[in-house]
Write a protein that binds this ligand. Sequence first.
Ligand code: SAH
Length: 226
Amino acid sequence: MSFPTRSSGIADGYEMVRAAMVDRLRNHYHIADTKVLDVMANLPRHEFVPEALKAQAYKDNALPIAGGQTISQPFIVARMTELLELKGNEKILEIGAGTGYQTAILASLARKVFAIERLPNLAAEAEQRLRTLGFRNVTLKAGDGTVGWDVYHPFDAMLVAAGGPSMPEPLVRQLKVGGRLVIPIGEGQRSQNLIRVTRTAAGYTQENFGPCAFVPLIGKHGWAAE
Ligand code: SAH
């Protein structure tokens, strides 16, 4: 069955392609969280991609950004967000902010987002972009997110948008009991499984949501820099 998406509130010339993206997320990829779909229906993804790629911003794939990195495919952004099961009052840690697109979605669905991006130029651009778009509940820094952000822990939820070889121990430690962490983990640098960790009093449980492909998570508890 196919449901038409409500038209988006912003008139910026991208209404049709944005609505088509959200229809695809709902009907083809079975994203069911209506809050996630509504946020994506109203967020100008074209503002987050390089100028030359604006026309492709709502397509069904990842796109290259500066520093050899990528802005994730809309589906994977929606899926990871949905897996966090946000209620609205969370304090979130995001690692691998990139363009800030995922950051903006999290900031729309939670109370506060602390975001870390390894590459300083991407971090500076993302911060500027989020400010211009009016986000006031994001604190973003350049640095290695695999060590977490100790001064602001514990976090209710965490999202890691780059693939690591194993679960970074500091992240699990900085997660609240009952909190969720979504992260791609894989033995190879370019293919992973999407893992959701739920912190328990005794340790943590893990669920596997299948194969995915992210850029490498580089840092102390990730892959070594080349
Ligand atoms: N969610 C982003 C996707 C960015 S791709 C978006 O919507 O645009 C993943 C990002 O993770 C890259 O920008 C890369 O530089 C960053 N990254 C890799 N290792 C990291 C680390 N240890 N800490 C923080 N960011 C990291």
